[in-house]
Design a protein around this ligand. Structure first.
Ligand code: DAH
Length: 346
């Protein structure tokens, strides 16, 4: 091949390559152009290089120099095109993911668990009636869980199968410990330390080996109330519970006492609260919330109070129950599943 012919070929190659690299709109098109012009095996640069071999010997140095120049020019055109395409891609990505006019992504904020909200609100309601909050341990001895509450050893509530006894701790020493089965323990703990009058509530966890179902769980919460003073009557108990119910569940909620028995109160009642079943066109239904009564004189004696001087009332209600009634929750297990789809509704 004559030198002139070779140079013309080189010229065409250089121009075509520069145009193709300049026109490549994205990385994919640029890569196709690279393979066509600079591909190691069958690229057009390779083809031109082969033709160099057929240029007459005396012209070879000149041809070779021009070839190298052309190669450098084409390669830098490719590098420039590469930078241009990459910058364009970055800008494109920015344009599609960042729209400054869109509202920001708000992180989902957590809030208090519905049972904690209930506990706080109940403290508030009872606080307005002058009740202060008292606390007691969750691991108890038999005196506070049973004996001082006038629950004799023969009582079915003391059956080991009805309680979580802590086997190793204390049994050997003759002083068994158990997870408290009721918050009534706190009545004793407060009265042991404080002379009358007392006016307290206590809210916390209690434990019973119940099989979990829609209304039972081996751990649940109670609100306990105790008022001991001169001339306390059952009318006081009823008006306090009535206020409690209407403040938490609505002003149209009524309460009902049914005769019952608890060893630590005399007389004793079951406390029901009313609600309107909207599924049954607003029929009034009753739900049992817990127990109450006038503090048994034997309990007052057990803590050193004089039953001739003071009387008192006590009550113990289920926190899950009042919370479930307020929100229409039909299965208390929902409170413990930790499913945010449930919890976020409160
Ligand atoms: N402690 C009882 C229970 O767990 C509830 C109860 C009943 C508490 C009567 C009281 C009361 O204070 O007076 O079932």
């Amino acid at each position: 091949m004559a030198l002139a012919e070779f140079l013309a070929e080189l010229e065409r190659f250089q121009a075509a390559a520069a145009e193709a690299f300049g026109a490549a709109a994205d990385a994919l098109a640029l890569e196709a152009a690279r393979i066509e012009f600079l591909g190691a095996k069958s690229g057009r640069l390779r083809a031109v290089q082969k033709q160099l071999g057929s240029v007459p010997g005396s012209d070879k140095p000149a041809a070779g120099k021009r070839f190298n120049d052309a190669k450098t020019v084409v390669e830098s055109a490719f590098a420039a095109a590469g930078q241009r395409v990459a910058a364009g891609a970055a800008q494109g990505a920015l344009a599609t993911t960042f729209d400054p006019t869109l509202p920001g992504v708000r992180p989902r904020l957590g809030h208090l668990h519905p049972l904690t909200q209930t506990i706080e609100e109940l403290k508030d309601i009872m606080g307005r009636l002058g009740f202060t909050v008292a606390a007691g341990p969750e691991i108890e001895d038999e005196r506070h869980n049973f004996e001082a509450l006038n629950i004799p050893p023969s009582h079915p509530a003391r059956d080991p199968l009805e309680n979580f006894y802590l086997a190793a701790a204390g049994v050997a020493a003759g002083a068994p410990l158990l997870l408290r089965s009721q918050t009534s323990t706190v009545q004793i703990r407060v009265m042991e330390k404080t002379p009358p009058p007392v006016r307290i509530i206590s809210l916390g966890r209690v434990y019973r080996p119940d099989t979990a179902d829609a209304t039972h769980y081996p751990m649940f919460h109670q609100i306990e109330g105790l008022l001991v003073d001169r001339h306390v009557t059952m009318a006081d108990l009823k008006s306090v519970l009535r206020l409690f119910a209407s403040s938490f569940l609505g002003s149209d909620v009524h309460i009902r006492f049914r005769p019952s028995f608890f060893p630590f109160t005399e007389p004793s009642v079951e406390v029901d609260m009313s609600w309107h079943d909207t599924k049954q066109s607003g029929t009034t239904r009753w739900i049992e919330m817990g127990g109450a009564g006038m503090v048994d004189p034997r309990v007052l004696e057990a803590v050193g109070y004089d039953p001739e001087e003071v009387t008192g009332f006590a009550f113990g209600l289920g926190v899950e129950r009042v919370c479930a009634r307020r929100h229409g929750v039909t299965d208390i297990r929902e409170f413990y599943r930790n499913d945010v789809r449930f919890l976020h509704q409160f």
